[in-house]
Design a binder for this molecule. Structure first.
Ligand SMILES: [Zn+2]
Length: 124
């Protein structure tokens, strides 16, 4: 598994470390842990508050390099901790949200009616 991260320059190395840990760590032997417990576990491990974690996460994006959109090539973004996130069933045939929306859209000729001024008026 390889990832690419995009972080705001305001984040410190420590903040990047716990964002990465929160999104990619798969807790072992913690089968009964729910998402809330897991968030608290990360906060305790790094000695931070949930607010600090949330603030840092809002300045951090993580992309999974092994899954790319078959139409536009964009990488799959990990938005939820992997432990609570289901990756696409068929990673080699994944379509991103933007392409899905585009493919569903139908072309409507009547969307923006264009009114032409009479030609004679334009000449005056
Ligand atoms: Zn796409």
């Amino acid at each position: 598994m390889t990832y690419n991260m995009l972080c705001s320059p305001m984040l410190t190395n420590e903040q990047i470390k716990f964002c990465d840990a929160y999104l990619t760590a798969i807790p072992e032997n913690l089968e009964n842990m729910n998402k809330e417990d897991f968030k608290n576990f990360i906060c305790e491990t790094f000695g931070i508050s949930p607010e600090q974690l949330a603030m840092s996460l809002s300045n951090f994006r993580l992309f999974y390099n092994d899954i790319t959109c078959i139409h536009c090539g964009i990488r799959y973004e990990i938005e939820q901790p992997l432990a609570f996130h289901k990756l696409p069933k068929n990673p080699h045939n994944w379509t991103c949200k933007s392409c899905k929306t585009f493919l569903k859209r139908s072309f409507d000729f009547n969307l923006t009616p264009v009114r032409h001024k009479p030609y004679s008026k334009a000449l005056n």
